[in-house]
Design a binder for this molecule. Structure first.
Ligand code: PLP
Length: 437
């Protein structure tokens, strides 16, 4: 360690009036997505052409996405939520079914199941990966379980070997929610190509960001056709071959084919155009993010109480490291709450906060504690529920907010600036006993 870094750490904490460890004047370090004239020209061309609602460019985007992910069938959607809803329909989720989902995730991993008349059943998390715990997942399987949604949380790949072998044993389909993990590898394989089908958000703040957009990806033509039939009326005639589906949908009888879901999932082609440009540079951009984030953690490797959220095997990666978080062990800091620790880091010039979602199973709408939760369009669906809508106990998940924190999300490998942030964490860790409670 250089003497400058050492001296920064022995200075008084900024929260106690000392000098800040970080002189952050480098905004581009954190800006995302990276947009160049090439993105701008691609989007402008769609607007000038008036082809926002056509599908030719979107088909090109789907094909390129499929090459990136390793999936044969790809269906662009207007957002990630819509792609997950289509994926659930595709695997057959319907009235009276149960769908096992993690609780530590964004709501769209779970709530589309309710719209299909099914009940989300929450499973606990693995404390290291923060992804679904395969053993707890298996415990929650019942004869009504139709699908399992797994979320590669904050870019960390799930334990797909265990998940797939449990799912195959029970004959249950696996939906990967890849909204945090575009480009993350699990043992050398691309997340989103391992389960039966994937739903992927490409919303403007995600790691792969193109506006409001989503993608459904699968290698199973039957699942693809069901997804098309659900919410893409404009391509039913061209893409659906299943005679039973076609019979219901009615092309060839003089009608416009109707979508089975009563929904329209089409993506705006400005997003597809930007998506193709973004995809060209995405692998190299996330490689740089991985290098930067790994460097940050390597600088903190010897600090007790702080631990990287990243896979340990060499063939797995964090992809674009979306929403990076760190593990925090309050016991290593005399019980200091993570919120107090982060206050001190932010006083040093840091930019951290709560790292993770609020657990879904604790939300009033998702357990019986909410008066009036049966209002709104989901009420009918809730009326079908099979599993009781009661508050389950998920001990690991309930601890995650207290044991993680948000990290600076470095988009570029700039070792000097990264070292300042690492020094801030090291300084606060070393002097944690002085932080006012
Ligand atoms: C963002 C997100 C979604 C939903 O995607 P939208 O594009 O915002 O509809 C689904 N699942 C997870 C885990 C997400 O983070």
């Amino acid at each position: 360690m250089s003497s400058t870094t050492a001296s920064i750490e022995s200075q008084p904490l900024a929260i106690l009036g000392g000098p800040k460890a970080i002189n952050d004047i480098n905004r581009p370090m954190f800006h995302w997505p990276i947009v160049t004239e090439e993105d701008e020209q691609a989007v402008l061309a769609v607007i000038r052409d008036g082809s926002m609602s056509s599908i030719g460019l979107s088909r090109q985007f789907e094909e390129q996405w499929g090459q990136f992910l390793g999936t044969k069938y790809n269906l662009a959607h207007c957002n990630g939520t819509a792609s997950l809803l289509s994926a659930m329909f595709a695997v057959g989720v319907g009235k009276g079914d149960e769908v096992i989902v993690p609780s530590m995730t964004y709501w769209a991993s779970a709530l589309p199941a309710v719209l299909l008349g099914a009940t989300p059943v929450f499973a606990d998390a693995d404390p290291d990966s923060l992804c679904i715990d395969p053993a707890d997942m298996e415990r929650r399987i019942t004869p009504r379980t139709r699908a399992i949604v797994v979320v590669h949380y904050c870019g960390h790949p799930c334990d797909m070997d265990a998940i797939m072998s449990i799912a195959r044993k029970h004959g249950i389909k696996v939906i990967e929610d890849v909204s945090h993990a575009q480009g993350s590898l699990y043992k050398g394989r691309m997340t989103g190509s391992i389960g039966d089908i994937a739903g992927i958000s490409m919303m403007g703040a995600k790691s792969f960001a193109i506006g409001e957009g989503g993608m459904l990806s699968t290698n199973d033509p039957k699942l693809y056709e069901r997804a098309v039939a659900f919410a893409h009326y404009e391509r039913i005639t061209s893409d659906v071959t299943d005679p039973q589906l076609l019979n219901v949908l009615g092309p060839g009888q003089g009608f416009v084919p109707l979508p089975l879901g009563g929904l329209k999932g089409r993506i705006n082609q400005t997003c597809s155009a930007m998506g193709m440009v973004q995809l060209k540079y995405y692998p190299q951009r996330i490689k740089e993010i991985q290098k930067a984030m790994n460097h940050f953690w390597d600088l903190l490797a010897d600090v007790p109480g702080l631990k990287a959220h990243r896979p340990t095997d060499q063939q797995s990666t964090m992809g674009g490291w979306y929403n990076p978080v760190g593990h925090y062990d309050p016991d290593a800091f005399g019980g200091l709450p993570v919120t107090k620790f982060i206050e001190a880091v932010n006083a040093e010039g840091g930019r951290s906060g709560r790292g993770t979602n609020f657990p879904l199973h604790l939300h009033p709408m998702l357990n019986q504690s909410a008066p009036g939760a049966d209002q709104g369009p989901l009420a009918m669906a809730w009326a079908n529920r099979t599993a009781p809508r009661e508050r389950v106990s998920l001990p690991v998940t309930e601890q995650i907010n207290a044991r993680t924190f948000g990290l600076p999300y470095f988009k570029h490998y700039q070792p000097e600036l990264i070292a300042q942030y690492a020094a801030a964490f090291r300084k606060v860790a070393q002097q944690a006993s002085l932080i006012p409670r």
